[in-house]
Design a protein around this ligand. Sequence first.
Ligand code: DGL
Length: 264
Amino acid sequence: MSKKAIGVFDSGLGGLTVVKELMRFLPQEDIIYYGDTARVPYGTKSKEAIIRFSCENTDVLLKHNVKMIVVACNSCSSYALPILRKKYKVPILGVIRPGARKAVQTTRNRRIGVIATSATVNSNAYIKNIKILNQSLRVWQQPCPLFVPLAEEGWFDKSASFNIAREYLAPLKKMNIDTLILGCTHYPLLKSILQKAIGGKVTLIDSAREVACEVKNLLGKKNLLNPRAGRKANYTFLISDRPQAFKKLARNFLGRELEHIKKV
Ligand code: DGL
């Protein structure tokens, strides 16, 4: 049993999609979130930069004495996860494997699409994880770098966002996929326009729920769950730049006021 908080980091706002599910699945757990809004986006940066930022973000959270780390960023999970796990002693979970597993369970016609940042697409992390589970599935990827600034701006359902989505998704639509992995933690914020652009028959995979399930299992297995059931959890948000802009968008997204928000 451990009363320490769960640490979660992302390059910006996107990791809140994971935080929302953690709040639902593990209501008694404290969460410390770090959004590196000063350096977002990560997905257009080099592998070396993404690894360095991931280590620095982990250090920020460990200073707050967290009991585990959730890497709520696909670009960081794609490139930095093995390095983080070697370097740090706390349990560390990423977002790629849970999303890949869910897509493999979901597809019926064995045709899966992945939309993600350029970094995640170039790493082929989703393809590798899907093929480990089922060699026979076919996977197509599409980088969508414009989605991150749209999400960070709160343009969740503007017509400009929809037009961009339609252009990005056209090649995947042609491939007749039945399952689409939202391979970037920012993309669930744009879910309604993405569903409209790809069509109602395609199932969107948002790994946030799967990640929250995995966090719960891992904490249970390691005997690290918070023993105080029914308590009111504390949520702390650490932001490297523009905390006010973050606060406004995060409040809309999480549907609650953020009490503890600090610039670090
Ligand atoms: N949250 C990041 C990811 O999941 C995307 C945003 C970025 O490019 O920094 O890859």
